[in-house]
Design a protein around this ligand. Sequence first.
Ligand SMILES: CC(C)(COP(=O)(O)OP(=O)(O)OC[C@H]1O[C@@H](n2cnc3c(N)ncnc32)[C@H](O)[C@@H]1OP(=O)(O)O)[C@@H](O)C(=O)NCCC(=O)NCCS
Length: 204
Amino acid sequence: MRPLIIIGASGHGEVCADIAKLNGYEKIRFLDDDKTIRCCGEYGVVGGTADIAAYADSSDFFVAVGNSRIRLCMTEKIRECCGTNITLIHPAAVIAENADIGKGTVIMAGAVINPGAKIGKSCIVNTCSSVDHDCLVNDYCHISVGAHLVGHVETGVHVWIGAGAVVSNNLKVTGNTVIGAGAVIVKDITTAGTYIGVPARKVK
Ligand SMILES: CC(C)(COP(=O)(O)OP(=O)(O)OC[C@H]1O[C@@H](n2cnc3c(N)ncnc32)[C@H](O)[C@@H]1OP(=O)(O)O)[C@@H](O)C(=O)NCCC(=O)NCCS
């Protein structure tokens, strides 16, 4: 396997590196624009995002940045440099045979993705979350730790479902929306914003 460059030397990056190692990557290094960060766990930080082009011929890439706009921007940079953006799937995730997982997405340990579900590009399906049958999770979404999308849920782009939140079945969550930790969504969300509580209400 080629070496892997992970962009974003955070705790999230370290979890992604752990998954990459389990996926067979042996040589893993990081890029981060914060020059004070020298390492991420056991892995070295070898430069910033200006160095993407220098690694594009020799290494694969993964963008491990929580902010979905920055994730989009970094993904574009990799594409402009003709780099290869990979998908990471933890071996302890349970993924239906016909589920579709987009490029640049990470599926973490204990996540369950059920039949007919489609996960877009550069998404994060975090630890022990679930995306049930026939859900559509659009590009650049984050399904946080322990969050659950029940069957036939659809999210627009750049949706962040907070830790432990639940979206009930057959509902749509419009793009650019944040669902707070622990919220329960029981109606379609048609206006972008931040929603918290049980049942969820708009706060921003
Ligand atoms: C909803 C959220 C985005 C709001 O963040 P914020 O704009 O910085 O809001 P604040 O922390 O300033 O809180 C504003 C108020 O909302 C309340 N609040 C914040 N998040 C809440 C939540 N999830 N549920 C209920 N109330 C919440 C705060 O207690 C505070 O109430 P107060 O004004 O009475 O003191 C954030 O709290 C949240 O839930 N983020 C998700 C975190 C997460 O799931 N991370 C997972 C990583 S895997």
